[in-house]
Design a protein around this ligand. Structure first.
Ligand SMILES: NC(=O)C1=CN([C@@H]2O[C@H](COP(=O)(O)OP(=O)(O)OC[C@H]3O[C@@H](n4cnc5c(N)ncnc54)[C@H](O)[C@@H]3O)[C@@H](O)[C@H]2O)C=CC1
Ligand SMILES: O=C(O)[C@H]1O[C@H](OP(=O)(O)OP(=O)(O)OC[C@H]2O[C@@H](n3ccc(=O)[nH]c3=O)[C@H](O)[C@@H]2O)[C@H](O)[C@@H](O)[C@@H]1O
Length: 431
């Protein structure tokens, strides 16, 4: 089938490449010419495991091409909208300018019977509003939210846990054909109305954020009682009604989605007169942000009350491992707070260094882990990449660092091993 994907960022580029890999003829469109140039050359403009291979394969096969001209979407049977919906500059609501512009710009290139499939995360009510414009040219709108995780985006797109389609039965059948490989393996395929489809997406992210803040709230209680939140998480996680996943206590969630999605959800619920129904999400957000402060406090405490002129090695910049994404990164928040307190901060990250340098030029950067560790008075692990977690021994770190203080912002190090090697180990919610 012929498909177009409007918006080729973390979501759209992967979607376009994955759709080509399952046999479709795909054109990816973006207003960012630099991105399009890279993609057309078969190169991912960001770090995503497996994406380079998929792009190169798709472009070489002739089934995948990229363009900065929306007119090139003409002729596709399904047009996916995958543009950004960031937080507005002056509030919590989602900024729908890009979605509106993409749909508006697409209208002249649509033919009767075409399907426009929204993938961007939007406030409930958006699809119903956009449907009118799409129908005015004889096309049909569905909302088909996306649940992929960065770092596993290719796998999640090709083999999703579920597919949700809000819209009419004919359009849903066309999407069944689009996702034929997942349908063949009996992936749950849920057809519903617009509002449900939009809400499924934000509800899923709100639940995940709540789960993380729940365990971080337990970490706060653990800190004043001498309990160990990692053992607590293991123990409650054995109850499979609860489950251990997303009970990782630490400096909390960040990224281009969870934080802005819970805020946009709160803002939308308030508009609908139902703010109180999700008022707990404000608390989820507040707990999350407190944990970043806590990590900073641990570094201050570990260094005897002041970080001024102390060299602090910050291991990690991305909001999570296997990604170069630094949008609302807790790691960089911790780094900039320490810098603000007068510390000589040296940040390193295997994938996100370039992005970090661009957005936070005031910080110092080291090309690799060992360079960051050299001469450090304290070490803080803020993104749990394997090379900081599994591949870093306390003895090796001791051979490079000047001090012996390690703050484990992701509870990813073995406390006993580090202590036995002479380090002052400070974890999040651990005695
Ligand atoms: N990043 C992720 O893991 C996931 C993202 N989402 C949602 O998907 C949407 C996109 O997110 P990301 O890909 O992360 O954002 P992104 O910022 O990486 O990509 C958005 C892209 O849209 C392009 N764009 C903006 N206006 C355009 C227009 N009028 N025409 C064509 N292209 C345009 C931008 O240049 C950019 O490349 C958001 O609503 C997000 O919440 C949903 C699930 C997963
Ligand atoms: O809407 C989206 O964009 C996506 O948002 C998240 O995916 P992602 O942002 O890629 O990353 P996650 O793996 O969910 O991690 C989010 C944040 O939570 C943190 N986290 C995760 C798990 C945990 O136990 N503890 C914890 O602090 C991570 O470090 C990271 O900062 C969701 O998991 C996806 O299903 C969703 O599609």
């Amino acid at each position: 089938m012929k498909l177009s994907v409007i918006g080729c960022g973390y979501l759209g580029a992967v979607h376009a490449a994955a759709m080509a890999s399952i046999g479709h003829e795909v054109v990816g469109i973006d207003v960012d010419e630099r991105k399009i140039e890279a993609l057309a050359a078969g190169k991912a403009p960001f770090f995503e495991p497996g994406l380079d291979e998929l792009l190169a394969e798709g472009v070489a096969s002739g089934r995948l091409r990229f363009s900065s001209d929306l007119a090139d979407a003409a002729g596709a049977a399904v047009h996916f909208i995958a543009v950004g919906t960031p937080q507005t500059k002056d509030g919590d609501a989602a900024d729908l300018r890009f979605v509106n512009a993409a749909v508006e710009g697409l209208l002249p290139h649509l033919a009767p019977g075409d399907i426009v499939a929204g993938k961007s995360t939007v406030p409930v009510g958006t699809a119903a509003r956009l449907a009118e414009a799409v129908e005015s040219v004889g096309a049909e709108l569905v909302w088909n939210p996306e649940f992929l995780r960065e770092g596993w985006a290719v796998e999640d797109t090709v083999s999703p846990d579920r597919i949700v389609v809000g819209g009419g039965a004919r359009a849903a059948d066309v999407l069944r054909e689009v996702y034929h490989t997942a349908v063949a393996t009996e992936t749950p395929f849920i057809v519903t109305n617009y509002a449900t489809a939009e809400l499924v997406k934000v509800a899923a992210n709100a639940f995940l954020a709540t789960k993380i803040s729940f365990i971080n709230a337990m970490a706060e209680i653990a800190e004043v009682t001498g309990a160990d939140v990692t053992q607590l998480a293991d123990a409650i996680g054995h109850d499979n009604r609860i489950g251990r996943r997303f009970l990782g206590a630490g400096i909390g969630f960040g990224g281009g989605c969870l934080p802005k999605d819970i805020r946009a959800f709160s803002a939308r619920a308030e508009e609908l007169g139902r703010g109180e129904s999700v008022s707990f999400l404000r608390e989820v957000d507040a707990i999350n942000l407190r944990r970043r402060e806590r990590a900073v406090q641990l570094v201050v405490d570990g260094l005897g009350g002041s970080v001024h002129r102390k060299r602090v090695a910050v291991l990690g910049a991305a909001f999570k491992p296997h990604s170069d994404d630094i949008r609302d990164s807790p790691a960089l928040d911790v780094a900039t707070r320490l810098h603000g307190l007068g510390a000589d901060v040296v940040v390193t990250d295997p994938a996100a260094l370039e992005n970090a340098r661009r957005v936070h030029p005031q910080l110092d950067y080291a090309a690799d882990r060992d360079e960051a560790l050299r001469g450090a008075d304290a070490v803080v692990v803020v993104t749990e990449w394997d090379e900081y977690r599994r591949q870093l021994s306390p003895e090796h770190a001791a051979g490079l660092a000047a001090g012996r203080v390690v703050v484990d912002g992701r509870n990813c190090l073995d406390a006993d091993t580090w202590r036995a090697a002479g380090w002052t180990y400070l974890g999040m919610g651990r005695p």
